[in-house]
Design a protein. Sequence first.
Length: 592
Amino acid sequence: MTMPQIAAFAIIIGMMALFIHGRLRYDVVAMVALAASVAAGTVAPEKAFSGFSDDIVIIVASALVVSAAVSRSELIEMALRWLVRKLSHFHGQLLVLIGSVTILSALIKNIGALAMMMPAALKMAKKSGNSPSLYLMPMAFGSLLGGLITLVGTSPNIIVSQLREEMTGTPFGMFDYAPVGLGLSLVGIIFLVFASRFLLPSDRRATASLGEAVNISDYNTEARVDAGSALCGKTIGAFLSLADGEVTVTGVIRDGKRRAVMLSDSKIEEGDILQLRGQPDSLERAVTTAGLVLARQDEPAYADLPAGKIGVIEAVMKVDSSLIGQTVKRVGLFDAHGVNLIAISRSGQKMTERLSETVLAPGDVMLLQGPLESLSERMQALGLLPLAGREMRLGSVRRDIVPLLILTVAMGATALGLVSVSIAFSGAALAMILTGAISLEAAYGAVEWPLLVMLGALIPVSEAMQTTGNTELIGDLLSSMATGLPAWGAVGLIMIVAMAVTPFLNNAATVLVMAPVAAIFAQRLGHAPDAYLMAVAVGAGCDFLTPIGHQCNTLVLGPGGYRFGDYARLGAPLTLLVVLVGVPLILLTWPV
């Protein structure tokens, strides 16, 4: 191996290590990889920022704006509300929820489709007395399957299409993915509907929130003992009796220091801050009965606003939230955004840190207090998804059909070959803004800038793997491993490798690294590259094994009360099913 080849490999391995470590966000990791590539000489300085002018970046950004505009159409909202009222049988509920998410994910970004359907699923769970854990993970997996159906369903599809154009001169079309994606979606939906009850925990009970009835695991909060409290001079045991045993005291903050509560006869003093854990409605009753004051974690409250203008909202933290890795104390939640953190739930965990010092993470569910008239906008700015019902939806909604018509025209123009994907969807994004389907501010807010930065930075890094000859080396290695294998074995090998890499890289990064390797691999075997590129797209889009491999999986972690291992229980057999069904479908559609 030459020194440039060693350097390129080392940068890719280092990038994967940083992704796994998780201390740096993926866009920062990509920029570090780009800087290292320039310093090592594997990327020429004049080519360092060429990735930001690539059509991939334009298409992804435009698709995000179009997706956000379509998700605001009240036609979809009305249909979902009608279905929620009509369904009562568990399997029927699950079929409609998963099917709806899957279909929507073919048209708009899959996490947007999932976010639209989560409140409906939570309402169904409460109405039927089932745990949300039986609904949310199957919906997340359905959203990943739905993204496989169309070109714009997920970012890996867009990247694979553009790379195919660079290799063969012709990109994949809008519905070239459909034969494989539809087949996998159909099989996946059937599996999820009938296997979820047996493979997922059904005892992660959901309970009412302080405001709306939404099913979430126990919250951790803090309450202060003021002079007028009935607890002054009483014991911890007396408080537990007052709370009917429904609330746990996990610690006491006294004179700024935390003391773990071990004995029920420990005395409570004026000024103590009790760390409490329990179901939200139980916490509310206990705090009210004992005359405690919720120790809001930034500012005490809105003295200049009447009580009717202040509300509490339940929200889950998305993977792109600016709060990730921050504490309330550090970020200045009230000063910067005008909201107070009241309580937090993290997959049912018992939390011992002060709430103000808790490092926030994706999937955390929080109770936040703020002015009702601006609370939803502030949630959007913070990267949070409200769970308290669609009345608190992000942004405004449209009652007309304009967004759906614009999307249909864009997809049709692309499918018929009238214009390129980049022109069709950038035009559609502009039309959405001009027609008022989405405001300019909301359009900029819908764009995942970290994703675009990552793509722009990693395109030259992935090209360096090709220019240094590393893709040929890996292709030769894989072809030697595939010696004697039939075509289905070779295609399956590429799909499995892509699936194995995706949990450690962003799925878009996986495609940028794996697609050129797959093309070289196909060339060495004397096969056409299409089936292998499609296998990379499917493998990168189907990460069912962990809560961190895809943001849809992370989004349901907190609201579903899942643990890390729950994903593999349902995801492992689904992954095997995707390989067993996907490989024949790919070869049938794209013969080698």
